[in-house]
Design a protein around this ligand. Structure first.
Ligand SMILES: Nc1ncnc2c1ncn2[C@@H]1O[C@H](COP(=O)(O)OP(=O)(O)O)[C@@H](O)[C@H]1O
Ligand SMILES: [Mg+2]
Length: 378
């Protein structure tokens, strides 16, 4: 039996009803699929409200749901706007475990490739860049590195929930706690080497060189993502995930050869992006990045290119931008009580009080599986 066949048996089917201790959810459609399991849109039977569930096969070797839940709990501690909350969870015996969370909209990979020229306007790229940077700083503030920063792991909220100007961070399966859980919250000592984690196209040099990753590396991945949004494609876009050596060479060449740098920054605010890259390259494993400086460079690029505060996002061209007005914090880890058990009771009650949002899904719509290294149009 192939793994596709076994997925068909194990993973939820369209219209299947899934039960948790407190609710029933009907499966509407698949939203994405990975090696561990898949993500689905579901409808809560009691009030027809729409949610997302992430399922992890009972046989999955790498358990991602626990990390997903821990990180989302951390986000709740600082009341971040950029993370979903875990609302419920359960397991279906011998098939899968699942968590229920807020349903959000399309990921930033799909939003970009849906566009005719496969790139965002500078205004959208820079506004999205700043929101993602704030999400990264917040994640670091509650003690985690993401280690797989890429467009498929960020998504806009749903229009139906009036959240489509907010960008959410997703997918914490590769996260790592970088601080010790002691009073001092010291940084864990750097490991002599670390196996490659992440996605070749966006992976920072450290990951590619199998060095232990740190806060600056999430920002390096963020920069590759933002350049891709702005330019429409990275110079190494045609290389496969397995061509890690060649992609590494490209990432070194853009730092050493001016013509490679020009190609990399095609159509980008070169001065500001170069300042960011040079700055990241000065940081070492233990340093706290100056998120405010990076944010300032992006804002500078906005001003220099006449992007106004209310200029609309590409996926909502007729409405003035009204995303969150935030500046990043200092990235210094906070102390918070880690819950042993998911604190779902309060959250689920709050979500019910808010009432129903959302429309019926179209049946039989094909799943969007982001393959950030294969599906590029260019
Ligand atoms: N809460 C959610 N609401 C809507 N779509 C989601 C949600 N969570 C994930 N997705 C979609 O599913 C895709 C895969 O989810 P993700 O958590 O990134 O898992 P993985 O990449 O490990 O398969 C995302 O790129 C996104 O398009
Ligand atoms: Mg993902």
């Amino acid at each position: 039996m192939s793994s596709e066949d076994s997925d068909d048996i194990v993973l939820p089917k369209d219209d299947e009803e899934l039960h948790t201790r407190r609710d029933k959810y009907k499966v509407a459609k698949m939203l994405g699929k990975g090696g561990y399991g898949a993500v689905y849109e579901v409808i809560r039977v009691s009030d027809n409200e729409h949610f997302a569930i992430k399922c992890e096969k009972a046989t999955a070797v790498k358990k991602v749901l626990l990390m997903d839940s821990n990180v989302m709990q951390g986000a709740k501690q600082i009341s971040s706007k950029h993370f979903c909350q875990v609302l419920d969870r359960a397991h279906v015996r011998e098939r899968f475990n699942f968590i229920v969370m807020k349903l959000i909209g399309k990921n930033l990979w799909d939003l970009r490739v849906d566009r005719q020229d496969a790139r965002f306007t500078l205004n959208t790229a820079l506004k999205s860049a700043n929101q993602c940077l704030i999400a990264i700083e917040q994640l670091h503030r509650f003690g985690y590195l993401h280690r797989d920063i890429k467009p498929g792991n960020f998504a806009a909220g749903r229009k139906e929930s009036h959240e489509h100007h907010i960008i959410f961070m997703l997918d914490f399966g590769l996260c790592r706690e970088f601080i010790k859980r002691d009073e001092n919250k010291d940084i864990r000592a750097m490991r002599a080497s670390a196996p490659f984690r992440g996605t070749t196209r966006y992976a920072p040099l450290s990951a590619m060189l199998q060095k232990d990753q740190s806060r600056k590396d999430d920002i390096e991945g963020w920069l590759y993502m933002v350049v891709e949004w702005t330019s429409g494609g990275l110079p190494w876009r045609k290389l496969k995930a397995t061509d890690r050596e060649k992609v590494l060479q490209y990432k070194q060449d853009i730092r050493a050869k001016p013509d490679y740098l020009d190609d990399f920054f095609y159509n980008c605010p070169k001065r500001e992006f170069k300042r960011i890259m040079d700055y990241i390259d000065t940081l070492d494993y233990y340093q706290v990045p100056d998120y405010k400086f990076v944010h300032f460079c992006v804002q500078h690029a906005e001003k220099a290119n006449n992007c106004k505060e209310t200029d609309p996002l590409d996926w909502d061209p007729d409405t003035p931008y009204n995303g969150p007005k935030e500046t990043p914090g200092d990235g210094v880890p906070i102390t918070y009580e880690r819950l042993q058990k998911l604190d779902i009771d309060q959250t689920i009650e709050a979500s019910k009080r808010k009432g129903s949002v959302g429309k019926q899904p179209k049946k039989g719509k094909k799943a969007q599986t982001p393959k950030d290294e294969e599906k590029d149009k260019k």
